[in-house]
Design a protein around this ligand. Structure first.
Ligand SMILES: [Zn+2]
Length: 139
């Protein structure tokens, strides 16, 4: 379960719509509670580092972006708890690429953007054997 307030959800949707037909991506900050639930308190958009021809279906966050995110987190007394990205004209479900590039523990929020308009938003975590994603409820 991941807590995401309306303002943050709206921001993610707007970024997805703004980058359409490319994928938007960014970092999610917040905290992980003892029971494993997460709370988002901030997000940071990242420029999609994928080469142009792949931007519509792939996103890439570089180690430089991660470092920037770590510094941002430290400064704001929070931590990186996941990533968000958009799926232009595709369902809000992780792709094979997403699965192959995912790290454990982090949440992966995906927003589907159809014809420039944001639709379903979902969140996913990698299973402990890393073979699949499990959907996590957004509240
Ligand atoms: Zn994806």
């Amino acid at each position: 379960m991941i807590k995401c307030n309306d303002k943050t959800a709206e921001k993610i949707r707007k970024f997805g719509e703004g980058e359409y037909p490319n994928e938007c991506c960014g970092l999610i900050f917040g905290k992980i509670n003892k029971d494993g639930s997460k709370e988002i308190n901030d997000i940071l958009p990242i420029i999609n580092a994928r080469e142009d021809e792949n931007k519509y279906n792939r996103f890439l966050i570089t180690s430089k972006d991660m470092l920037k995110g770590e510094l941002y987190a430290r400064k704001n007394n929070t931590e990186i708890i996941g990533f968000y990205h958009s799926h232009p004209d595709h369902p809000a479900e992780p792709s094979k690429f997403d699965l192959d590039h995912a790290w454990p523990v982090y949440s992966y929020i995906i927003v589907s953007v159809v014809k420039g308009k944001s639709e379903k938003m979902t969140s996913w975590v990698l299973s402990s054997d890393r073979s699949s994603f499990q959907e996590e409820q957004i509240i």
